[in-house]
Design a protein. Structure first.
Length: 305
């Protein structure tokens, strides 16, 4: 009887160990498959966003080409008008040198001078209108280039986020466990993902938290830049300027040039042309090696002469 009880207890213990391990492995596998499916869905969603942004960037490039053609046409027209005006001025000077008091200077000459002067005034008005149109087109080009720059930055961030998700997926496959989002870079990527999904308020809070946690981190200036960017998108340009100005004292300061350029664009949107010109001149002096920003700044300055 005693031997029977011992054998029964051994078989019962073996059954519990085998069945318990089977349940644990099945539960872990189910959770892993669920997490892998969610990550794959995130990757597919981000790839779709990248394709959409690429199409928008292509459309903006076509708009810039059309605007450049219009600018060339206006410049040719201005050149023709200038030649015509110079000819009229020479004619006026020649008439003014005539002796109107003589017998040959009659009322017809005076009437001709009046008509020429009237035509000259009309042409000057047209030239003024052409200059104004040229300036507006130039402003449009600057703003479109800024939008393209924002799209490129968003595409870079989405691409980086896509790589991060793939790395997490690889880690799951290798280590067979769920990752923990606990470091600065992972939190920054999460804030970028919120921004890309247009959850601006949550993204804003996330970036502010990152800045407050460690202002010396290499991504602190990037986080501060996106704070200004959110206000810029919301057309709160005064607050955007205030936030962009904080970028230059945080992190590795590699976002300072972009922040200073966005300050100039904010002044344009606020119709504060003088402040915008001062900011563009500051960019030219501050970042002599940043050819792209210098060319954009010079283009705007020349358009306001």
């Amino acid at each position: 009887m005693r031997d029977f009880l011992i054998i029964r207890n051994k078989w019962f213990s073996l059954f519990i160990l085998t069945f318990g391990c089977y349940i644990t492995d099945s539960t872990a596998s189910a959770e892993l498959e669920s997490q892998s499916l969610k990550n794959q869905q995130n990757i597919n969603s981000i790839n779709s966003k990248i394709d959409t942004m690429s199409i928008k960037a292509s459309d903006n490039n076509e708009k810039i080409d059309q605007l450049n053609k219009k600018l060339l046409s206006l410049q040719e027209q201005i050149g023709k008008n200038s030649i015509y005006i110079n000819g009229l001025k020479d004619s006026i000077r020649a008439f003014q040198q005539l002796d109107i008091s003589s017998a040959s200077a009659d009322q017809d000459i005076i009437n001709s001078l009046i008509r020429i002067q009237s035509k000259l005034n009309i042409i000057e008005d047209k030239i003024f209108y052409s200059d104004s149109l040229y300036f507006n087109l130039l402003n449009d080009i600057v703003l479109i280039e800024a939008q393209i720059e924002d799209l490129n930055q968003n595409i870079d961030n989405v691409t980086s986020l896509n790589i991060s998700i793939q790395e997490i997926q690889d880690q799951i496959d290798v280590e067979m466990e769920l990752p923990l989002v606990s470091n600065y870079k992972a939190s920054y990527d999460l804030a970028i993902e919120l921004y890309m999904n247009k959850e601006y308020q949550k993204s804003l809070e996330a970036f502010k938290t990152l800045v407050s946690l460690d202002q010396k981190h290499s991504l602190a200036d990037n986080s501060q830049f996106w704070i200004g960017q959110i206000y810029y998108i919301q057309k709160n340009y005064e607050l955007a300027i205030s936030e962009y100005k904080k970028v230059s004292v945080l992190g590795d300061m590699n976002k300072a040039p972009d922040a200073d350029y966005k300050i100039a664009l904010s002044y344009i949107n606020l119709e504060k042309t003088d402040l915008a010109l001062d900011q563009f001149n500051y960019i030219i002096e501050k970042y002599p090696n940043n050819i792209d920003l210098i060319n954009k700044s010079i283009k705007f300055i020349e358009g306001n002469k």
